[in-house]
Design a protein around this ligand. Structure first.
Ligand code: GGG
Length: 359
């Protein structure tokens, strides 16, 4: 029996509610498979922590996290702290410091959950979005001067490196080889003639290496339209930090709720721990009411188990998510009246080993 060390950062708003649900499910999956237990380190890093300590996480935060097999994070951000302070004080230092350069975001409509798309079904909306997660528009390089004067200037630079584009591109092509052999790459190369052209050129070079995968380059605006008009034509979608973030919120909407959008921040080389989190934020308007949808956090837990190579448990958890989606109960974001714990109970009930079929 393996014992995994999990660093938990429930964070703000609904984060603690959905992480509590995810942990119940992970623990049960460990019991059912008989393969593992988890030991959690509960870290209170959040906007509340910031108000008390003046930082989102302590100076040795990455060192603390580094001693774990994976990180499970809820949500970051609350109106009491400016968003750029909370994001740049917690989530981004972890992604960048641990070189989690892949942000994996599956966009798939689950049977039973209506998509706002007329033709949106599990057959037509099934993409794997791959977001570059350590550079691009989120590099954090720039500045402001002549503040609060009519001559004020703000500069924010995007950083695209050949190494950075190559490694995310290669990851995307490899994932496409395990799926339907198509990569859609997002840039805006008609307007951004330096960064976007580097991205496009590297993707073209990689496509010679992966001759079994069809690469299509899109301008990000056209790709956003395609998400809506022809989602069935999309398999793996790869884009920069900002573009893929925006596209995957659209993806979450196509899935029927951002409460279903899961993600993994991966360091594929496993030099550092990877981090798993629902795409959604802290949802202050429903925080503390026990009605947050736990499915995105639980789907993210399935990605976590997959990363730990607990494939049976990952598949069991994913099947439970699919069953809870199909059979309910549903939280208010999906038009239902169920609580977070109602859905969690349904997930726990659905977590069973498949019985061997008799012939
Ligand atoms: N679930 C983590 C969370 O709170 N995400 C909200 C957010 O603003 N994320 C920024 C990003 O992913 O770039």
């Amino acid at each position: 029996m393996t014992s995994y060390r999990l660093a938990c950062i429930p964070g703000d708003g609904v984060g603690p509610e959905v992480i509590a649900a995810g942990l119940q499910v992970i623990r049960r999956a460990g019991e059912i498979t008989g393969r593992f237990t988890i030991r959690t380190t509960d870290l209170p890093w959040s906007c509340a922590y910031f108000l008390e300590h003046g930082v989102m996480m302590p100076e040795d935060g990455l060192q603390v996290l580094g001693n774990h097999d994976a990180i499970y994070l809820g949500a970051v951000g609350f109106p009491s702290v400016p968003d750029h302070v909370s994001l740049r004080g917690l989530l981004l230092p972890i992604r960048q410091g641990f070189d989690q350069y892949v942000n994996l975001r599956p966009v798939r409509v689950l049977d039973g959950i209506p998509s706002p798309l007329r033709h949106g079904t599990s057959k037509t909306v099934d993409m794997l979005c791959i977001r570059e997660n350590t550079e691009g528009e989120y590099a954090g390089i720039g500045g402001r001067f002549k503040r609060n004067t009519p001559d004020e200037v703000a500069v924010q630079s995007s950083i695209y490196t050949r190494k950075g584009v190559e490694r995310i591109g290669r990851y995307a092509f490899k994932r496409a080889q395990q799926r339907r052999n198509r990569v859609a790459s997002a840039t805006k190369s008609n307007a951004l003639q330096y960064t976007a052209l580097l991205w496009d050129e590297v993707m073209d070079e990689l496509s010679h290496e992966f001759s079994d995968v069809a690469l299509t380059r899109y301008h990000v605006d056209a790709l956003a339209a395609r998400f809506v008009t022809e989602p069935e034509s999309l398999d793996v979608v790869v884009g920069s930090n900002l573009y893929a973030d925006i596209l995957t919120d659209l993806g979450g909407a196509l899935q029927g709720s951002l409460g279903l959008a899961a993600s993994a921040n991966l360091n594929p080389e496993r030099k550092y721990p990877s981090m798993f989190e629902p795409v959604h934020g802290s949802a202050p308007s429903i925080a503390g009411r026990g009605i947050a949808n736990p499915l995105a956090a639980v789907w993210s837990a399935s990605l976590l188990l997959e990363h730990l190579q607990e494939r049976e448990a990952a598949a069991l958890v994913m099947r439970a998510v699919e069953r809870a989606a199909a059979d309910g109960p549903r939280t208010p974001d999906l038009g239902g009246r169920a609580s977070t714990q109602d859905v969690t109970d349904a997930l726990l009930g659905a977590l069973t080993k498949p019985q061997p079929q008799s012939v």
